[in-house]
Design a protein around this ligand. Sequence first.
Ligand SMILES: NC(=O)c1ccc[n+]([C@@H]2O[C@H](COP(=O)([O-])OP(=O)(O)OC[C@H]3O[C@@H](n4cnc5c(N)ncnc54)[C@H](OP(=O)(O)O)[C@@H]3O)[C@@H](O)[C@H]2O)c1
Length: 267
Amino acid sequence: MDTFAGKSVLITGASEGIGRALALELAAPAVSLTLTARNAERLEDAASACRARGAAVETVVMDVAVRADCERAVQRALERFGALDVLVNNAGITMWARFEAVSDFSVYQRLLAVNYLGAVYMTAAALPHLKHARGLIVAVASIAGITGVPERTGYAASKHAMVGFFESLRIELDGSGVEVTVVAPDFVVSEIHRRATGPDGRPLGATPMQETRIMTAPECARLIARAMARRQRILITSRRGRFVRWARLIVPRVVDAAAARAIRERR
Ligand SMILES: NC(=O)c1ccc[n+]([C@@H]2O[C@H](COP(=O)([O-])OP(=O)(O)OC[C@H]3O[C@@H](n4cnc5c(N)ncnc54)[C@H](OP(=O)(O)O)[C@@H]3O)[C@@H](O)[C@H]2O)c1
């Protein structure tokens, strides 16, 4: 996609999954990408693939839960490319455990620190520059940010926080030229499910999802890139997700049952 030619785009969590696929989707000659994640090797691999498509790429190894890292990432994008037009808050982690099975709540703190505060810190650092560019903020939330999902209490809370933050910020930014696109993906094939924290506080190690029955990361990235180009207010990537948004006002029990079924059937 060359809609972003001449633009400087920063993507957090760009080494794998949706973030990597989005970087590749946007990568083209004259597109400037700043890609961030914690694992340097995987990040460099994503960067090389984007360079092969003609994009100029800067990488920043960082943790979004650390405010100084977020400031450093934005600074690096500015030093290298002279501007920041788009910030994609994508880095995220998840959990897979019923609330009553959890005894160590540090995972709830980490979910908020990465999924919510990470996006807050990145946005705070980027906002003056995005205003200058009349740019765009993308918040990759989740359907779990617009309705409840079992076995995801801490994750859903972090994504609801994210959606609440960005929907409020959008109002504050009215007239500034900066727009906010909230993305609510349904299940996507990525590393997040394998890494999800289980009831014992450790990663599951293997994905429990039926991967052949859920969207691929490149498919999700194409939808996000299109929503970004349109500066769309919200993108919900599945029909059932779009249904949920309205149906929960009218038939909330049907929506709850659908969320329980999605987790039970792992798709
Ligand atoms: N996959 C789904 O089913 C799904 C559905 C709805 C929403 N989402 C959302 O989509 C976003 C991307 O998830 P994904 O599925 O693509 O996951 P993924 O494959 O696990 O990728 C997550 C990315 O975030 C990075 N990351 C994780 N923690 C980080 C931290 N503390 N600081 C900096 N980077 C960090 C990871 O790299 P490092 O580990 O190297 O840092 C990786 O690049 C998340 O916000 C997720 O909640 C995913």
